[in-house]
Design a protein. Structure first.
Length: 137
């Protein structure tokens, strides 16, 4: 599952679990930590995640909502790249596409863990362009 986002956004990820069997199932849901491809900490915070356990009636479905906030990655300060003030700290961006992943595990469901990937895009990637001219160029 891939979600596209930018630094500063908050996203809601809806997931629907279906019980295709004719008997009741008790499901426990767990969301792992967010990390980058190299295993480091990712700038993604899970804001809310509900429900964490529920019972599905035969042939029923239930929605799980995961809300995440995308932050700017931590940069190691080096001479010349320190933010000058709080406003500049708030406008940081990723240098290139950064992917954060976490595994969604559904215990009680006959399914492998689901990998959720959030592709954090830089602001200059696929920006909307608005022309304000007369069309003569």
């Amino acid at each position: 599952m891939v979600i596209y986002a930018r630094v500063g956004e908050q996203r809601v990820i809806p997931v629907v679990v279906e019980n295709e069997r004719r008997r009741e199932k008790t499901i426990t849901v767990e969301l792992g930590a967010w990390h980058t491809r190299g295993g480091g900490a990712a700038p993604v915070e899970t804001v809310s995640f509900e429900p964490k356990s529920f019972t599905l009636a035969p042939c029923a479905e239930r929605e799980i909502l995961i809300a995440v906030r995308i932050g700017a990655p931590e940069r190691q300060p080096t001479p010349g790249n320190e933010p000058r003030d709080e406003a500049e700290r708030g406008t940081r961006d990723v240098d290139g596409c950064l992917v954060a992943t976490a595994d969604l595990t559904l215990t009680g469901c006959d399914h492998r863990p689901i990998r959720i990937a959030i592709a954090i895009l830089p602001r200059d990637c696929d920006a909307f362009t608005i022309g304000c001219g007369c069309g003569c160029c």
